[in-house]
Design a protein. Structure first.
Length: 118
């Protein structure tokens, strides 16, 4: 089992930046990738970004390409989401999730609130 703890959310004005962190602990050696998701009020949870632990390959939702950057620090078992040029529509609770060797997300963090004011 992997435990995930997100941090770094907050309130920011449109056009501003925030960096989210997700620290993983527990049985992390078999993890394939880490993803970020978000859920806005009244909407379904949606994929934001993903990074593989070994090769560092990254994938992004079209809505955040060019504005968000996902990175990892293997030594710290931590994944980051650098968010820039934030828009009010980025307002959501952001979750990190760990993808196991079966390519399914089997561990989730508690979420961190990001609010972008116009």
């Amino acid at each position: 089992q992997v435990q995930l703890v997100e941090s770094g959310g907050g309130l920011v004005q449109a056009g501003g930046s925030l960096r989210l962190s997700c620290a993983a602990s527990g049985r992390t050696s078999s993890r394939y990738a880490m993803g970020w998701f978000r859920q806005a009020p009244g909407k379904e949870r949606e994929f934001v970004a993903l990074i593989t632990w070994s090769g560092g390959n990254t994938y992004y939702a079209d809505s955040v390409k060019g504005r968000f950057a996902i990175s990892r620090d293997n030594a710290k078992n931590t994944v980051y989401l650098q968010m820039s040029s934030l828009k009010p529509e980025d307002t959501a609770v952001y979750y990190c999730a760990s993808m196991g060797p079966g390519r399914d997300y089997d561990s989730w963090g508690q979420g961190t609130q990001v609010t972008v004011s116009s």
